[in-house]
Design a protein around this ligand. Structure first.
Ligand code: SF4
Ligand code: SF4
Length: 253
């Protein structure tokens, strides 16, 4: 008899609905990953108890851990379905949507809060109208190499999902945007808007809300040194705060 893998999926029919579990047995093939399991369920959406159900819904795009779309909790840990290989068919696989984002359906979550944070923090380089101004400022190879590591963030959301400070009672923006502010503030052209980004990080829900539990750095699939970024931005915001305070006009008594 062909070998199978037991896949347990936390399902949710629509936003705000109650979640429930379903279990499936899918044929095992060497080299399969979590998404292959979901494709098998899609081909034959019948639970272990023989009930025909709607196929499980998930999101994916690049299938090479670059887009972040297939992020989910696999055996309780936030990561990408495309890069999770099923090495031992005897071990059941548990798939859940990430827990810190609104669920759209089944394993699809809404990561808008992260994209909004990038917009609100001005985490980009303004280029409109500069296309005919010639080459931009030069960057040393040393700076290029550490900044490249930060630029690999795919807004997957794993760092937020693992962070205890990201919860329904807090507005904490999370480690990824703090690291992106570090990246764009170090960029020779991006420096122009450094103060704006620091103002963003000094708002409620900004860098001071980080509790330094360091879960974020442990789960980041791109191995971004998030705690270094948090420490660096802590220093930058502190220095900026002093500068802002010192430049205030004297108050009249
Ligand atoms: S260090 Fe801890 S609190 Fe700070 S962002 Fe990372 S996981 Fe969250
Ligand atoms: S910092 Fe890492 S874990 Fe966080 S969103 Fe970016 S790639 Fe994902």
């Amino acid at each position: 008899m062909a070998q199978t893998v037991r896949v347990k999926v936390r399902r949710q029919d629509e936003p705000g609905a109650k979640s429930y579990w379903q279990e499936f047995d899918v044929p095992y093939t060497q080299g399969m990953n979590a998404l292959t399991c979901l494709q098998e369920i899609q081909k034959n959406p019948v639970t272990v108890s023989g009930q025909a159900v709607a196929p499980v819904v998930w999101e994916s795009a690049c299938l090479e851990e670059v887009c972040g779309a297939c992020s989910m909790r696999i055996n309780g840990i936030p990561r990408q379905g495309c890069s999770f290989l099923v090495l031992d068919p005897q071990k059941p696989l548990t798939l859940e949507p990430m827990s810190k984002f609104p669920v759209v359906r089944d394993l699809i979550i809404d990561r808008s809060r992260m994209f909004q944070a990038l917009l609100d923090s001005h985490s980009w380089i303004d280029i409109d109208g500069t296309h005919d101004l010639g080459p931009g400022p030069r960057q040393s190879p040393k700076d290029q190499s550490w900044m490249y590591v930060l630029s690999r963030c795919m807004t997957c959301g794993c760092c937020l999902d693992a962070c205890p400070q990201v919860n329904e009672k807090s507005d904490f923006v999370g480690a990824s945007v703090i690291s992106q502010v570090r990246l764009f503030n170090a960029h020779p052209s991006g420096k122009m808007h450094a103060d704006k980004r620091l103002d963003y990080l000094m708002q409620p829900g900004g860098i001071v809300d980080c509790g330094n539990a360091q879960n974020c750095v442990k789960v980041c699939p791109k191995e971004i040194p998030l705690t270094q970024s948090i420490a660096e931005m802590g220093k930058q915001t502190l220095a900026y705060g002093f500068k802002r305070f010192a430049s205030k006009p004297d108050l009249e008594m």
